[in-house]
Design a protein around this ligand. Structure first.
Ligand SMILES: Nc1nc2c(ncn2[C@@H]2O[C@H](COP(=O)(O)OP(=O)(O)O)[C@@H](O)[C@H]2O)c(=O)[nH]1
Ligand SMILES: [Mg+2]
Ligand SMILES: [Zn+2]
Length: 315
């Protein structure tokens, strides 16, 4: 093969990667040496990676991974301090949360938003199941996140209750981007995509099945969309632990905190018990929302514990 061939990873199976190459779909393995070059990542490649294919005596395989423009990553579960890249070369992260069934998950939303701030990824919030929001909770949550400068899409895909205007706006966003949908299992991600992209026919509602005591993980797959754009529907994300973040950095990844924290008496104020803390003043006055600060404190404690574990050499 003379000219290198560059493709996009759509899906990763145990033995092969499914790669889109010039409109075709190929199943190819990874060269073994890529596993030695993966650094602190759990896997050498992620869905969305641009890869170079080459042939040798063993056949066609992925020879190299091109540098990423962006990545959405979290701390890998139970394997020490390793990083799990959920998607590479993403331009838009949709943080999807239902208002009811399951109820709105502020902590999970704030975790993913913080990760996006840190990884310089554009994130937008999608509130789902508006038709079930009998108590009108949508207004308060969308006001909070719009107040922080996030775009919020309030949606329902239930028959007869479709929020046509927001669905149209989201469809346009999908065609302009490589989008990844994140959020709890059951939030309505696959239903939303099925409504936005006719013909996609993703499975809905059965991802919570437990088999052999474990949640079945439907492998994440990147879909090229007719009309432009790519979309990745992730299986439910129950937790999202920030990777490689020092607790004191957190101020910068809660976007309303950094400008306020400039007025804290201590330059490295952690906004928990230090005197003359501008963040705590803002919390008392309502300029910082109690729900956001609850998330901040939770994440701070979690990162501090991870730090201590690592320092003790456990992780
Ligand atoms: N009432 C209502 N139910 C919805 C809506 N969207 C999804 N659901 C239901 O929520 C459940 C989980 O949806 P699914 O798309 O599989 O969620 P996912 O796990 O995030 O992909 C299914 O039973 C859907 O029918 C909605 O807008 N309104
Ligand atoms: Mg789903
Ligand atoms: Zn402070």
């Amino acid at each position: 093969m003379s000219t290198p061939r560059i493709g996009t990873i759509l899906k990763i199976d145990a033995k092969v990667c499914h790669v889109e190459l010039e409109g075709q779909r190929l199943a190819v393995p990874l060269r073994g040496r890529l596993f030695e070059e993966r650094g602190r990542s759990r896997n050498p490649v992620a869905v969305g990676d641009r890869v170079q294919l080459g042939a040798d005596a063993e056949g066609v395989a992925i020879e190299a991974v091109l540098p990423r423009c962006s990545q959405l990553a979290r701390r890998s579960k139970g394997e020490g301090e390793l990083e799990q890249v959920l998607a590479a070369n993403v331009s838009l992260v949709l943080v999807v949360s239902a208002l009811r069934e399951p109820p709105f998950q502020a902590l999970l939303v704030d975790r993913i938003l913080a990760a996006c701030e840190r990884q310089e990824l554009r994130a937008e919030l999608v509130l789902t199941k508006l038709d079930r929001d009998k108590r009108g909770e949508s207004a308060a949550w969308s006001a909070l996140y719009r107040g922080l400068g996030y775009t919020v899409h309030e949606t329902s895909v239930a028959a007869g209750h479709e929020t046509t205007a927001t669905l149209d706006a989201l469809r346009t966003r999908l065609h302009e981007n490589t989008t990844v949908l994140t959020g709890l299992s059951g939030a309505g991600k696959s239903s939303l995509l099925n409504t936005l992209v006719p013909g996609l026919a993703l499975r809905v509602g059965d991802v919570n099945r437990v088999r052999h005591g474990r949640h079945t993980t439907t492998a994440a797959e990147l879909f090229p969309l007719p009309g432009g754009g790519y979309v990745l529907d992730t299986p439910g994300i129950r937790n999202f632990v920030l990777f490689g973040v020092a607790p004191t950095e957190l101020t910068f990844w809660f976007r309303e905190y950094a400008p306020i924290a400039r007025d804290c008496a201590y330059r490295n104020c952690t906004h928990r018990s230090e005197p003359d803390c501008a963040v705590r003043r803002a919390l008392a006055s309502g300029a910082i929302h109690a729900s956001r600060h609850a998330s901040y404190e939770h994440l701070f404690a979690e990162l501090q514990e991870a730090d201590e574990r690592e320092r003790r050499g456990e992780s």
